[in-house]
Unconditional design. Structure first.
Length: 179
C-alpha cells in the first residue's frame, strides 16, 4: 500500500530510526541495539540526519524539527506541528490507537499518568494491563509519549519491555528539568 523509506538520525538518546512514506510516519524508534547496558545519552547532541533513503522529504524535515524542539527547545513544541502520521496505519476504532491518541492529547511535556489513569481516560477503567500492552506496541516513541505512563505506585514500569528503563528515566528527568 505504501512505499516506505528509512531515515536514521542522531539524537541525544542515540540513533533513531524513522520509517515513513509520502503520506506520513509509520514509526520512530531508537535503533535496536540501544538497551539499558548500551544507553549513553548525550544531552548536547543535535538532532541530525545520518542517512535517508529519500533525499527530499517534508515528512522527515517535520520530524527532525519536532525532535530538535523536544530535546533542545521545548518551549517551541506547542508552535511546531507534530509530524504527520500515515493515514493508512491509523485505525481510530482499535483500542491501542485510542490509547495512543488519549495519551498524546492529554499528557503533556513534563507530566505523567498511571496506566490505570490512562485506562480511565480511554473509558476502560479496568484495562490498565491492556494500556501497558498498547505502550509496549507504540511505534511512535516520543511523539506518542509512552515514557510518561508510569505505575500507580509511582514506579516507572517496564519501558520497551524492560529493555530501556534507563532511557525512560532519562526522558522523564529531561522533561522535568526543561519545564
Amino acid at each position: 500500500m505504501c512505499e516506505k523509506y528509512t531515515c536514521i538520525c542522531l539524537s541525544p538518546i542515540g540513533n533513531l530510526k524513522i520509517l515513513y512514506c509520502l503520506n506520513g510516519l509509520h514509526s520512530i524508534q531508537q535503533v535496536e541495539n540501544i538497551n539499558d547496558e548500551s544507553f549513553q545519552p548525550n544531552r548536547s547532541q543535535m538532532v541530525t540526519i545520518e542517512s535517508n533513503d529519500k533525499n527530499d522529504s517534508v515528512i522527515v524535515d517535520s520530524c527532525i524539527s519536532w525532535l530538535q524542539a523536544y530535546f533542545h527547545d521545548p518551549d517551541k513544541l506547542s508552535l511546531i506541528d507534530q509530524p504527520k502520521l500515515c493515514k493508512f496505519i491509523i485505525d481510530e476504532n482499535a483500542f491501542q490507537h485510542r490509547v495512543w491518541l488519549k495519551l498524546y492529547e492529554n499528557v503533556k511535556y513534563g507530566n505523567t499518568i498511571s496506566y490505570g489513569g490512562l485506562a480511565q481516560l480511554v473509558g476502560s477503567p479496568n484495562a490498565a494491563r491492556a494500556v501497558g500492552t498498547a505502550m509496549k506496541c507504540n511505534p511512535f516513541q516520543l511523539l506518542v509519549p509512552c515514557h510518561r505512563v508510569i505505575q500507580g505506585n509511582g514506579n516507572t514500569g517496564r519501558y520497551s519491555g524492560g529493555k530501556r528503563n534507563t532511557v525512560k528515566m532519562w526522558l522523564l528527568k529531561h522533561e522535568k528539568t526543561n519545564i
